[in-house]
Design a protein around this ligand. Structure first.
Ligand SMILES: Cc1ncc(COP(=O)(O)O)c(C=O)c1O
Length: 375
């Protein structure tokens, strides 16, 4: 899709999972100042104390929970936090139950550890819904972890408080770890913030929450994330952080401290941009023939279905080659995703408007061709 879009000469890259806003100036300045001050050395393997303490304050502010600093580890990205969480609890030959559709790196990380992925697809009607019973039925003696991204990528589905409680209780009773990915928690459109599994857990619950600076403060290229794990797991997580990346760069962590303390006005402006992007994309999509879309309650993606498409990768490539508009094909996100496509709407409205016009024209011309070919 990327190659086809580039060849078109007028690419609009909607398949990426990031905003086109740069990191806020104040955060960039903090990294520059740390570099100027010569902060170029190894950081403590579980992260700078200031950042871990800042994260404890942030979690209290967001979710009204008290998380001891000893349970917080800074990682070199959300992806690294996911890998470390999986390495800590998943053994080769076991299985990991994943609520899908899901960002493909997560299933790939499970496979890289020699474990099997068991997808539990969300049900789709007026909204995306999880049937918790089917989640519980899929888990068996060989299940080492359940992985839930809420809000989800690509769907924007939010795991509601009641379901979070049920799932956590199930994991506790079965001795299964729950890995909760909450990187899109600030991108919600029907409430101030998505509920966190931390709100229902104790310090001993078999829960690892992974999070990231990437989306909230537009810091995708910096590689900075964190995880909250049970009491007593710090030494193990620290070892894993050491052998994976030896942690995030010191000056990047200094920038993270400032993002937590002074980044709220940026978070609000990025959120505003997403509200506009979501409305624009959703109303354009539902006005196109053969397209069905659910208005996402969270995240920064539209995940929509186009009727009559057997091969979504071929369609996305052809759309990109003909119009420059690059969509992420649904089949990347797990089974039962054929015919779906994902658009990131955390982008400039003008760009999204152009993309929607090109997509609408392409679909209309395709429908016309089909009609002409009819005998
Ligand atoms: C659901 C989900 N989790 C985690 C990440 C990882 O983010 P990063 O590695 O940039 O911190 C992403 C990025 O797209 C994501 O969509």
């Amino acid at each position: 899709v990327a190659a086809a879009a580039s060849r078109s000469g007028k690419p609009i890259r909607l398949w990426f999972g990031e905003s086109d806003s740069a990191t806020p100036e104040i955060v960039r300045a903090a990294a520059q100042a740390a570099l100027e001050a010569g902060e170029t050395f190894y950081a403590p393997r579980r992260g700078l104390d200031e950042l871990r303490e800042g994260l404890a304050v942030y979690l209290r502010r967001l979710h009204h929970v008290t998380v001891d600093v000893s349970r917080i580890t800074v990682t070199a990205s959300g992806m690294s936090a996911i890998m470390i969480a999986l390495q800590a609890v998943v053994s080769a030959g076991s299985n990991v139950v994943i609520v899908s559709p899901i960002w493909p790196n997560i299933s790939n990380a499970v496979a890289a550890l020699g474990a099997t992925v068991r997808h539990v697809p969300l049900e789709r009607d007026a909204s995306w819904r999880l049937n918790v019973q089917s989640l519980f039925e899929v888990a068996d003696r060989d299940t080492s972890a359940i992985f839930i991204a809420s809000p989800g990528n690509p769907t924007g589905w939010i795991c509601e408080t009641e379901q979070q409680r049920e799932i956590l209780a199930f994991c506790e009773s079965r001795g299964i770890y729950l890995i909760a990915d909450e990187v899109y928690q600030r991108f919600t459109y029907d409430r101030p913030i998505a509920p966190s599994f931390l709100e229902h857990a104790t310090a001993e619950s078999p829960l690892i929450v992974v999070n990231s600076f990437s989306k909230t403060w537009a810091m995708t290229g910096w590689r900075l994330g964190w995880m909250v794990h049970p009491t007593g797991a710090g030494a193990c997580i620290g070892e894993l952080n050491a052998v994976n990346t030896t942690g995030a760069a010191t000056f990047v962590q200094r920038a993270g401290v400032v993002a937590l303390q002074e980044g709220e006005s940026f978070v609000a402006s990025l959120h505003q941009r997403c509200v506009a992007g979501r409305d624009l994309v959703h109303s354009a999509l539902v006005s196109m023939g053969g397209v069905s879309a659910i208005r996402p309650p969270a995240g920064f993606y539209s995940y929509f279905f186009i009727e009559g498409i057997a091969d979504d990768l071929a369609f996305a490539s052809s759309l990109a080659a003909n119009t420059g508009v690059g969509l992420a094909p649904g089949s990347a996100f797990g089974p039962a995703s054929a015919g779906f496509f994902r658009i990131c709407f955390a982008l400039h409205a003008e760009l999204l408007q152009t993309a929607m016009e090109r997509l609408a024209r392409y679909l209309a011309s395709r429908a016309l061709m089909d009609a002409i070919e009819m005998p």
